[in-house]
Write a protein that binds this ligand. Structure first.
Ligand code: PEP
Ligand code: MN
Length: 369
């Protein structure tokens, strides 16, 4: 059972304390308080854990600080919407609001290879007013002989350049718990010139110890990528490991499913699930057209498959797009064949904007429900 407090209720107030005491009077029930810094307000929720099935809701509803009492109806206790009873609050990080109502592009390098490329990339984003980017330092590669990323060595210049070009969030994959410390230390040493959203890649979607580690810190938000060969329910349960650790600042990212049925794309594009994730969870949803499509193939209409896949996600209400760009894709040390060129950035941004507007128009013509 979750007791949602009214907006901006002080979690330390006497009244909230009395709600907690009442809950703890029921045998076998323990409580946990969670405060979520939402996009527009601080939300306080009291979780009642244990056998809560027979606990009545009315004694709690009588408190003036209580907005509502929600019975947990599904397994996704922390990320779930529980039949629509819980709002999708989103979060704000380093001055950027990310929620089911917002929309951001995260273009950038799949893997950082040179300082110069990072500089060129971030400068191009800055020219278009984009403050959110991707840049990979730790790369989980299929072969141990492939480039594994520059790791901690590149963090100082990536963060310094991000700060210089006004990039407020860099999405960056971590493949080991120790990478969190390295990122936090580098952010600290550059005076928090930028922020980092730590990415859990599809290959680590069920690395439960890593999920617990990113969930147990709350400095950095998390972009969780759906597992490429597991069911959606399994991915949502895995994501729940992050949230149940305490960190609720999570973005759920679709990136395609591994199956030959997706050929000739690298993965079967699964962006039809954008609306499903938005319905089942409180999380903002991201799509990654680059790792889904995996090539620069062009459709007869002159648009790249990556643009079309992006549009499929955005028209369904995706809140973020993670997309590979590279100033010289032929020199990229990872995923060059799917990287868009900087000359394509302006068209990509404009195309995504047109589709986002179309989504907003779709909302505007909805029948009153
Ligand atoms: C990436 O975004 O760089 C990446 C490796 O993606 P995925 O985990 O989806 O393969
Ligand atoms: Mn990649």
């Amino acid at each position: 059972m979750i007791i949602v407090m009214k907006a901006d209720t002080d979690a330390n107030s006497d009244e909230v304390q009395r709600v907690v005491e009442l809950a703890q009077r029921f045998p076998g029930v323990s409580t946990e308080i969670h405060q979520i810094q939402g996009a527009t307000r601080v939300l306080t929720e009291l979780y009642l854990l244990g056998s809560t099935g027979t606990i009545p809701t009315d004694p709690f509803e009588e408190f003036t600080c209580v907005e509502k009492v929600v019975r947990i109806t599904e397994k996704f206790r922390s990320i779930g919407r529980h039949g629509g009873d819980l709002a999708a609050v989103g979060f704000e990080y380093n001055g950027i609001k990310i929620s089911q109502d917002d929309f951001h592009l995260f273009p950038g390098l799949c893997a950082v290879d040179k300082r110069e490329h990072v500089d060129t990339m971030f400068a191009a984003l800055a020219r278009h007013g984009i403050q959110t980017a991707r840049a990979g330092a730790y790369k989980p590669r299929t072969s141990p002989y492939d480039f594994q990323g520059l790791e901690a060595e590149c963090l100082p210049y990536v963060f310094e350049l991000a700060g210089h070009h006004g990039i407020r969030i860099v999405s960056m994959e971590v493949t080991h718990e120790s990478h969190l410390d390295q990122i936090q230390q580098a952010l600290h040493e550059c005076g928090h010139a930028t922020g980092v959203m730590v990415q859990i890649g599809t290959r680590n979607a069920q690395n439960f110890e890593l999920l617990k580690a990113v969930g147990q810190q709350d400095e950095l938000p998390v972009l969780f990528k759906r597992g490429m060969g597991i069911t959606l329910t399994e991915s949502l349960n895995a994501c729940e490991y992050v949230a149940s650790g305490g960190n609720r600042r999570i973005v759920f990212c679709l990136r395609g499913m591994k199956t030959n049925f997706g050929d000739p794309h690298r993965n079967l594009v699964d962006f039809g699930h954008v609306s499903v994730i938005r319905r089942l969870t409180r999380l903002p949803v991201c799509v990654d057209p680059s790792h889904s499509v995996g090539s620069r193939s062009v459709s007869p209409d002159g648009l790249l498959d990556i643009f079309h896949a992006t549009a499929q996600g955005v028209i369904s209400g995706a809140n973020a797009v993670l997309v590979d760009f590279h100033p010289h894709p032929e020199e990229a040390l990872c995923d060059g064949p799917q990287a868009l060129r900087l000359e394509e950035l302006e068209h990509f941004i404009e195309d995504a904007r047109v589709v986002r507007e179309a989504y907003e128009k779709r909302l505007a013509i909805r029948p009153e429900g």
